[in-house]
Design a protein. Structure first.
Length: 177
């Protein structure tokens, strides 16, 4: 896996062994950041269920001011810390170990990227319900394409405004009303 564009373009990222982490495919990540291009410069980006940090690191590479990573898995946290250290970006990010759902609203972010492990479908609703209570952020949710119809169009005052699908992966974009 590598960083697609920006400051760290083509730099390789470590990922934990096995299938405990499902990194966002390069092509989908590139499409995501093409959409986010007008919003990314200087923003605070929250990467929930960050895995090895590929999405948050891509945000930093493309001009985000700061990234907040939320991750529970110890192997993923080790890979994330290695990637942060290798790229020398520790002053531009913070890492919080633990489950994202209970704490996701404790962090002020301009853009929230939410990618829970697919088998933990309840995490989508928990996070989106919490974020919809006091929305101040654009929220992007990565999910399987077949899960699209399980997500509601509205969570509190967050409305789904766009769906981008590539193969089995989809991104749902939510914005405050």
């Amino acid at each position: 896996m590598r960083v697609i564009g920006g400051e760290f373009r083509s730099r390789r990222l470590k990922s934990p062994a096995g299938d405990s982490v499902r990194p966002t495919p390069d092509r989908l990540r590139e499409a995501l950041f093409n959409i986010l291009a007008p919003h990314i410069a200087g923003c605070v980006f929250l990467d929930a269920y960050a895995g090895c940090g590929s999405v948050g690191i891509e945000a930093l590479s493309r001009g985000a001011g700061r990234v907040i990573f939320l991750e529970k898995s110890r192997p993923a946290l080790r890979a994330l810390q290695d990637n942060i250290s290798t790229l020398e970006i520790s002053k531009r990010c913070e890492v919080h170990a633990g489950n994202a759902a209970p704490v996701i609203t404790k962090f002020a972010a301009d853009i929230v990227f939410l990618d829970p492990p697919y088998p933990r479908e309840q995490e989508y609703g928990l996070c989106l319900d919490a974020l919809g209570e006091e929305p101040s952020s654009m929220v992007i949710v990565q999910h399987t394409s077949k899960f699209t119809h399980h997500l509601k169009e509205t969570y509190g005052t967050l409305n789904r405004v766009r769906i981008l699908s590539q193969g089995d992966n989809s991104l749902s974009f939510f914005e405050p009303r």
